[in-house]
Design a protein around this ligand. Structure first.
Ligand code: NAD
Length: 285
């Protein structure tokens, strides 16, 4: 079997065109959606992510601001900036790029963002609402993965889904979304004893570990849908995921490439979340 590739670029293009149309409608009514990105320190990967997010806003009719601060910024000063953005009616989404410098408590910072502007979906109010099924915002990466399943008609109800990774950003919300869609979900992580025993029985595997070549062909059930969230570099410095692409593509039914899979979808869902925040704010204006 040769897996059908799930094209995150193509799907993003379609979804971003819808965002642009809805953003233009809002802007015409005087409510252009606005995203504030806050970057502290000079992490090179964060620089790239932020640049891509700002560009995606500009390309699709969303306003954005990017505030850059040195790694020496105090937590008090950062919290004061967030409070000002919470009060700013032109800003509908606030994104603090993680990781933050070690002297800043990222939990405290995330909790300081107004829940109705928490477009990353990391605030405890949104994480809790995801658990009970009615979040204002879903975390962008797993939300993008759900859109991929939908677009490619991959059946979730009754499927066995294995999520590898249990982070608050990807693994845990992914598991909750799959559960909500009717899958039987197994969450594996670094302490799981026999990972392959779980993945071999899975109709769906989502790998989100940051470990290159973690998932190999003999760990995958023929025909399974495999989603590669990982972002790693190979010896040549080339971007790659957690999945042995060449091997798994000969066994799986569906597979996401890296790059061009989950990455663009994450940014697309950030645009969707910001747009929806602006639509809600406009409805109450
Ligand atoms: P994290 O470091 O917070 O979590 C990694 C998880 O992987 C942990 O729960 C850990 O238990 C598990 N893990 C580690 N080694 C394992 C092993 N050998 N077997 C099984 N489980 C193992 O990372 P994260 O923030 O969840 O991100 C995971 C990966 O996804 C990273 O590569 C990150 O860069 C990438 N990522 C990509 C996007 C995107 O848009 N494509 C977005 C977010 C994260």
């Amino acid at each position: 079997m040769t897996a059908q590739l799930i094209d995150g670029n193509a799907l993003s293009k379609t979804l971003r065109a819808e965002v642009a149309t809805r953003a233009a409608t809002l802007a015409a009514r005087g409510h252009q959606p606005g995203l504030a990105v806050v970057l502290v320190g000079d992490n090179p990967a964060s620089e790239v992510y932020v640049r891509n997010k700002i560009k995606a806003c500009a390309d699709n009719g969303l306003a954005s601001t990017c505030e850059r601060y040195p790694a020496t910024l105090t937590q008090t000063a950062l919290l004061a900036r967030i409070e000002a953005l919470n009060q700013d009616p032109k800003i509908h989404g606030i994104l603090v790029q993680l990781p933050l410098p070690a002297h800043i408590d990222s939990h405290k910072v995330i909790e300081a963002i107004a829940a109705e502007k928490d477009v990353d979906g990391f605030h405890v109010a949104n994480a809790g609402a995801l658990m009970t099924g009615r979040p204002l915002f879903r975390p962008c990466t797993p939300y993008g993965v759900m859109k991929m399943f939908e677009a490619y008609g991959i059946e979730l109800a009754g499927a066995h889904a294995v999520v590898i990774g249990r982070s608050n950003i990807v693994g845990k919300p992914m598991a909750l979304m799959l559960l909500d869609a009717g899958a039987t979900v197994t969450v594996c992580h670094s302490k799981t004893r026999d990972l392959a025993a779980h993945t071999r029985t899975a109709d769906i595997v989502v790998a989100a570990t940051g470990k290159r070549n973690l998932l190999t062909a003999e760990m995958v059930k023929p025909g399974a849908a495999v989603i590669d969230v990982g972002m790693n570099r190979d010896e040549a410095g080339k971007l790659c995921g957690d999945v042995d692409f060449a091997g798994v593509s000969s066994v799986a039914g569906y597979l996401t490439p890296v790059p061009g899979g989950v990455g663009p979808m994450t940014i697309t869902m950030l645009l969707v979340n910001t747009l929806e925040a602006a639509e809600r704010a406009a409805a109450h204006a």
